[in-house]
Design a protein around this ligand. Structure first.
Ligand SMILES: Nc1ncnc2c1ncn2[C@@H]1O[C@H](COP(=O)(O)OP(=O)(O)O)[C@@H](O)[C@H]1O
Ligand SMILES: [Mg+2]
Length: 360
């Protein structure tokens, strides 16, 4: 097991990169602590696989260095890194049984038979594959095949980290939930660092101790899910994390005040926001609605209601014609056409200056 450190690590697939735009992964400093679960989250093409392949050694970075426990591994071969990688599609031998699939990596390392038997039994127990050890791998479901891929990585007893590159893509939604939980259990039982690549924010948020958000080859923010939700460092993170995404409202600077016409709130203009393009942001979960309308309170008209079971998502239009979403467990009787009052606590109000979060 190891702490993985990226120091100015970046990659361009071009032989002579000239500008930032030529980098699939723009140089970044990052620390992946030993034993934690991470998610690498971002839209397709943002550089997630590039970063993962550099860590596993499938790709040599054009810039910077990679360290495992302080040791420079930038140019080390894949075999030296002890990384288990699980891909989008299961990599297994369909003609072999589950047991043979799990045993194969150890046979290649010339382990003796009794040691292989014990180790395979241990991994099968961990992954709950005991009952199907003698089944041919081709007869199994997609999630079981992915567990075997994972098992083939974990079966070695020297694994530093497990890297999973969108491994849940081919799996049914219900099975996804189960497999994600199983991954977390394995992390807890073994203490092996896990990095899960995904473009699905809810998958990232429910799996990881820390989420790293990427866009256009650049790391936007890294932190615990709660932090990304409460304090998104920029409008992109606010938009990408959360469902529905962060609401953004226009802001007007009036001398020393920054005013939000939709919510009728004013705050002192933060120093970093003076004479810049500013917006207010509020999470749909942080806007309270009320059917009691005081004359001068900010209000909005309900346009649509979506029932999610426990919660509802209300689409509203404010008095200055901005659209917002509110997510709430209450207000079962609020319907399209109703007029509601809006309330936002000062602590839940975010301010973005030229797209970046500023303190207020
Ligand atoms: N082997 C390659 N050669 C050239 N460009 C590549 C190669 N692999 C990926 N890219 C480009 O690098 C960028 C990042 O790709 P990738 O790391 O696969 O993103 P993600 O995994 O987030 O979808 C994309 O623009 C992609 O087209
Ligand atoms: Mg990818």
């Amino acid at each position: 097991m190891a702490e993985i450190v990226l120091k100015g690590l970046g990659h361009s697939y071009l032989s002579d990169p000239k500008s930032d735009a030529d980098y699939a992964l723009k140089p970044v400093d990052l620390v992946w602590a030993d034993g934690k679960t991470y998610a690498l989250l971002g839209p397709s093409g943002c550089g997630k696989t590039t970063m993962l392949n550099i860590i596993s050694g499938l790709l040599t970075p054009s810039d910077g260095q990679l360290f495992f426990d302080g040791k420079d591994m930038t140019h080390a071969g894949t075999a030296k890194r002890n990384i288990a990688q699980v891909f989008q599609f299961p990599v297994i031998y369909t003609t072999k049984t589950v047991r043979q699939n799990l045993a194969f990596p150890l046979e290649c390392r010339n382990w003796d038979r009794s040691k292989i038997k014990d180790r395979v039994a241990h991994i099968a127990d961990l992954l709950d594959l005991d009952d199907i050890l003698n089944e041919p791998a081709r007869s199994l479901s997609a999630d079981q095949k992915q567990l075997i891929s994972l098992g083939r990585g974990l079966v070695r007893d020297d694994v530093s980290a497990v890297l999973l590159d969108e491994p849940l893509t081919v799996i049914d939604p219900q099975m996804k939930f189960g497999l994600r939980r199983r991954l977390r259990e394995i992390n807890r039982a073994t203490g092996i660092t896990m990095i899960l690549v995904t473009h699905d924010q809810s998958e990232a948020m429910s799996f990881a101790d820390e989420v790293v958000v990427m866009k256009d080859g650049r790391v936007q923010q890294a932190g615990p899910p709660e932090q990304l939700f409460a304090r998104p460092q920029n409008e992109f993170v606010g938009y990408f994390i959360g469902s529905p995404p962060l609401n953004l409202f226009s802001a007007e600077q009036r001398n020393a005040d920054l005013h939000c016409p939709s919510l009728d709130i004013s705050v002192e203009v933060p120093a970093d926001a003076r004479d810049r393009s500013t917006k207010f942001g509020v999470r749909p979960e942080h806007i309270k609605m009320s059917k009691d309308l005081a004359d001068n309170s900010p209000h909005a008209t309900v346009q649509a209601v979506e029932n999610l079971g426990i919660e509802r998502v209300f689409t509203l239009r404010t008095s200055v014609d901005e659209t917002l979403k509110v997510k709430s467990r209450h207000h079962k009787t609020v319907s399209p056409g109703d007029k509601v009052g809006l309330f936002v606590d000062d602590k839940d109000l975010l301010i973005f200056s030229d797209g970046t979060l500023v303190c207020h």
